[in-house]
Design a protein around this ligand. Structure first.
Ligand SMILES: *Cc1c(COP(=O)(O)O)cnc(C)c1O
Length: 362
């Protein structure tokens, strides 16, 4: 038996053990092909099938089989910060952004290199402690789209209620909460997510695009940057990251076996609440960073009295087999990322460790 740490890494993040084990079994020879999948042509029947099956699985999990396409692209979620405006921000229109954390802000900053941007709401002055009320998010009159970040990975907040945008396409960076909870996905014209939180290993970004957006896409950018190219060729325009897509395929099947989004949403709420309960019962020893209603169920963040105590916490946690609890380098504090593949058992162990650490150091 391999010894596995309790993995709370923010991304790349935990993968289900059974997925890793299946991948290990199939690594050298893929399903009696006489080759590893990594050695096969991306034009082979096996890879074509894998690619299309994985796209279909993703749409199925989201209930978007009709009217949407799933694309697999390179460059991480950060490349989508640029591709969204390159494809959709026409002259005379503005990209509207709700700023709820540093990834949302980065998305907006990239768009400013492409065209006009507009800030539809921001919680920056409040230290990103909350997410704006849906009714307080006002897209520009000439908005090409409204962009939101449904879960703020670094800060540890999330949307509970989606803004109403009427005819304005709603676009979301769902990198850190896609597949972790149900949402009214049909409200979105475009969704994107880097794989390395809930979908698989790093190396591919899933883009889900509503078909009615296709006629609006720019035809003056290079082919390789166009969503249209990936739609036309089912994401096989050039060589895709085949092995990463294979890993995503296994993770998506695992997600279905867990009972899909409804069951995972419940499990994730229970997991996050194990930690929030310790924070809230600690009489200020652990200080939650985010306003209670907006707390994320994927990234649980807190601070302690000072940096010294926080460093001691991280050091001791590592000795007890916990990985990845230091907060993002830009904000400090502590963060436990409890994505789909993090088992409840790991969260129970962390909750116990936190209570014990408080007894010893409180
Ligand atoms: C991790 C993350 C990103 C950055 O993803 P890359 O694939 O590293 O570019 C962007 N947005 C959100 C919400 C994230 O969680």
């Amino acid at each position: 038996m391999v010894k596995r740490l309790y993995n709370f890494n923010p991304g790349p993040a935990a993968l289900p053990l059974e997925v890793l084990e299946q991948a290990q079994k199939e690594l050298v020879e893929y399903r009696e092909a006489g080759l590893s999948l990594m050695e096969m042509s991306h034009r082979s029947r096996q890879v074509e099938e894998l690619n299309e099956e994985t796209q279909a699985l993703l749409l199925e999990l989201l209930g978007l089989e009709k009217g949407y396409r799933a694309l697999f692209m390179g460059g991480g979620a950060s490349t989508q910060f640029a591709l969204v405006p390159l494809n959709l921000l026409a002259p005379g229109t503005a990209g509207s952004y709700a700023l709820t954390g540093s990834f949302a802000e980065k998305a907006c900053n990239e768009a400013a290199y492409v065209g006009e941007t507009h800030i539809a709401a921001s919680s920056k002055d409040a230290g990103w402690r909350s997410v704006p009320q849906a009714s307080g998010i006002r897209p520009a009159a000439n908005a090409a789209y409204l962009h939101i970040t449904t879960n703020n990975t670094i800060e540890g907040s999330r949307y509970n209620e989606l803004p109403e945008t009427g005819d304005i396409p709603l676009i979301a960076d769902m990198t850190s909460d896609l597949l972790s909870r149900r949402m009214d996905f049909r409200k979105f014209a475009l969704i994107y997510a880097g794989a390395q939180k809930n979908l698989g290993p790093a190396g591919v970004t899933a883009v889900i695009i509503r078909e009615d957006l296709l006629p609006r896409l720019s035809k003056s950018i290079p082919l390789i940057l166009r969503y249209e190219t990936f739609v036309k060729d089912k994401s096989l325009y050039n060589t895709p990251p085949v092995h990463t897509i294979y890993m995503m395929n296994l993770v998506l099947k695992w997600t279905l076996r867990q009972g899909g989004l409804e069951r995972l949403e419940q499990l994730n709420a229970d997991k996050a609440n194990l930690l929030y309960r310790v924070i809230d019962a600690s009489a200020g020893f652990y200080k939650g960073i985010i306003d209670v209603p907006d707390r994320s169920h994927m990234n649980v963040t807190w601070r302690m009295a000072d940096g010294e105590l926080e460093r001691l916490f991280v050091k001791e946690s590592e000795r007890h087999g916990f990985e990845g609890l230091a907060g993002h380098r830009s904000v400090g504090g502590l963060r436990a990322s409890v994505y789909n593949a993090v088992p409840a058992e790991a969260c129970r162990a962390l909750a116990d460790f936190m209570a014990d650490f408080q007894r010893r150091h409180g």
